[in-house]
Design a protein around this ligand. Structure first.
Ligand code: GLN
Length: 288
């Protein structure tokens, strides 16, 4: 049924959400609809609650219809509107970068809360994607000077655009970490959310992720799922200053292995943390 041009924010919301319920279920359909209406027509959840009257142009209706079609094809709403929220800010996203995840907000929160104090600190984010980690940290903790590496030139372009739009000064660099070196004691903090989903876990993932997020950012072979962690933890052992910290987001299945890995490299103060869903999701350790 076509969406009527003269309507109200709440009616429009119900019309769109109902079209998505079969695919996404009620809860997700509703949050996607809020995201969509704000991102395409600037209709906010507040206006929905206030039942604000709306008169939609033919153009609005076309945009909406096209967007609903893409959502029915399970394209992530962040791709449809062109941005994803992270730590209260809008980050431009596309097929070249992973859509920022709430788990990663928790990792960033941990870092920001732990390192607000020092006068000046240097941070490196390895596998930066959209740049959400270093951009957010540099805006939340201006004492931390941030650098971001990625192997993908297209991702770095998106990251740089995000930094410019959000007014963050982050230095981005194209690096393949598996072949990289880090100068001795160059950083106070190194952080990474590298690919950690095993190929064998693909059948558990939704089309939403499999068809639209870049595989390069997500998947590792089952033969060596900690390849990036081993390499980065090794580099950071000397790349961090004495007293510097290494932070990782991790696959929930590898909490113990990650502890053992940091232990074997003589990191101190190793701490494993769970995410809001109670899953082992992040770890940190200190040099010295
Ligand atoms: N948390 C992401 C997901 O489940 C994975 C991120 C990653 O591989 N680094 O989609």
């Amino acid at each position: 049924m076509p969406i009527p041009a003269i309507t109200s924010a709440d009616k429009l919301f119900t019309e769109v959400a109902n079209q998505l319920i079969l695919i996404y279920g009620a809860n997700e359909a509703q949050s996607i609809t809020d995201y969509l209406l704000e991102g395409t027509l600037a209709v906010t959840a507040k206006e929905r609650l206030a039942k604000k009257p709306l008169e939609l142009s033919d153009f609005d209706l076309d945009v909406l219809e096209e967007a609903v079609k893409r959502l029915k094809n399970e394209e992530p709403v962040q791709h449809v509107v062109g941005y994803g929220w992270f730590y209260g800010r809008k980050f431009q996203v596309n097929k070249e970068v992973l859509i920022p995840r709430p788990e990663t907000e928790e990792l960033v929160h941990w870092i920001v809360n732990s390192h607000e104090k020092p006068d000046r600190a240097k941070l490196l984010d390895i596998g930066t994607g959209s740049g959400c980690i270093p951009i957010t940290i540099s805006l939340e903790a201006p004492n931390i000077q941030c650098e971001g590496w990625d192997i993908s030139e297209a991702a770095l372009k998106t990251a740089s655009e995000n930094a410019t739009k959000l007014g963050a000064e982050v230095h981005f660099k194209q690096v393949n970490v598996l072949e990289a070196m880090i100068d001795k004691g160059a950083f106070d903090i190194i952080v990474s959310n590298p690919p950690y989903v095993r190929d064998s876990e693909k059948p558990l993932m939704s089309k939403n992720v499999l068809a639209f997020d870049p595989g390069l950012a997500l998947f590792v072979g089952d033969d060596d799922p900690l390849i990036f962690y081993r390499k980065i933890a090794g580099l950071a052992r000397t790349g961090l200053k004495n007293g510097g910290w290494l932070y990782f987001e991790i696959n929930e299945a590898f909490g113990k292995e990650m502890k053992d890995l940091l232990d074997s490299l003589s990191y101190s103060n190793i701490e494993l943390r769970q995410d809001i869903n109670g899953k082992d999701r992040m770890i940190r350790g200190r040099v010295g």
